[in-house]
Design a protein around this ligand. Structure first.
Ligand code: PBG
Length: 326
């Protein structure tokens, strides 16, 4: 036997000790469940690139939310799948108070006032061009887009949104939304800023779910370059100064360093979006028998939290809650 004063394995020798010394624990309170909404009644449309995830009509979405609440998931981020006939250059439908999305928000808050609703502020689900801003001669207009985002956020706040989440990456939108909301008395409505949102290949399945892929070009003139970290600090400084209540990093797993960077440097809660492509990769590998999907889910979510995320938006939310129960 060799003489070793320090044997780290002692603290790994039983489940009781391992759990006692665990530095990171995950709970359903940490999770936000993104969900897809569609027109109609009794509609469930499974999304082929996202096993176990569907688009729901409002009536079935309510049932799904009720199940999640019973499992301890309390925060939801619905996204609307908008029919093509409602899409135009200016995303006009996005601020129609009788549209699918505000209607769903009102219904959810009516039946489940205790649920926290985070609504998406961006033009792409409503844009005929599939972009997050107004397109003019192939360019994305920044300041003109803010006006539409302001109307959209107000419509969502009026419908009962607890937190609005601008996912568009236009400059100045957090400050602009704060001003618009406050002017109408919505000082209690929070802003979760998509602060460091990267131009990522991992959004593919989400764009299938919403049929929202850009009709031309890409999103590189507004979403961040995956090569950059300091720029995330700049975005975070701006969003914090403009009044954001949460700073988000998106995607999550390829950007754990950015999560840590923001968590170390800002006193605001950091959110991480474990996006559709990250979900799809684990599901695909698990379906092939190449990895243990359940363990990969828990390991990924734990790693995102360990990196410094206070909350995680994840399509695994319900499955994780079910896994915790057993
Ligand atoms: C767009 C938006 C995207 C996602 C959330 N909001 C995609 C995009 O920027 O094209 C992606 C989420 C995911 O992949 O799970 N405003």
């Amino acid at each position: 036997m060799i003489e070793l004063t320090r044997r780290p394995r002692r603290n790994r020798q039983s489940a009781a000790i391992r759990d006692m010394v665990a530095e990171t624990t995950l709970s359903t309170k940490d999770l936000i469940f993104p969900m897809f909404l569609t027109e109609g009644n009794q509609i469930q449309q499974p999304i082929s690139s996202m096993p176990q995830i569907s688009r729901w009509s409002i009536d079935l979405l309510l049932k799904e939310i009720e199940q999640c609440l019973n499992l301890g998931i309390r925060t939801f981020a619905p996204f609307p799948n908008v029919e093509d006939k409602y899409k135009d250059k200016y995303a006009t439908e996005s601020h129609n108070p009788d549209g699918l999305y505000p209607k769903a928000i009102r219904e959810i808050k009516k039946f489940f006032p205790e649920a926290c609703l985070i609504t998406d502020v961006a033009m792409d689900p409503y844009s005929a061009d599939g972009h997050d801003g107004i397109v003019e001669n192939g360019e994305i207009l920044n300041d003109a887009t803010l006006e539409i985002l302001g109307k959209m956020a107000l419509t969502q706040a009026e419908a009962g949104a607890d937190i609005v989440a601008p996912s568009d990456m236009m400059d100045g939108r957090v400050g602009y939304l704060r001003k618009v909301l406050d002017a109408k008395g919505y000082t209690h409505v929070g802003i979760m800023a998509y602060t460091a949102k990267y131009a990522s290949s991992f959004y593919g399945p989400f764009r299938d779910a919403l049929n929202s892929a850009p009709k031309f070009g890409d999103k590189k003139t507004y979403q961040m370059n995956p090569a950059n970290a300091k720029e995330a600090l700049l975005e975070a400084q701006l969003d914090a100064a403009e009044g954001a209540d949460f700073l988000m990093v998106k995607p999550a797993l390829p950007y754990l360093d950015i999560i840590k960077l923001l968590a170390d440097n800002f006193p605001l809660p950091i959110a991480a979006y474990n996006v559709s492509g990250e979900y799809a990769m684990i599901k695909a590998a698990a379906q092939n028998g190449w990895i243990d999907g359940e363990r990969a889910m828990v390991e990924s979510l734990t790693s995102i939290k360990r990196a410094g995320a206070k909350v995680i938006l994840t399509y695994f939310a319900k499955e994780f809650a079910q896994w915790l129960k057993k």
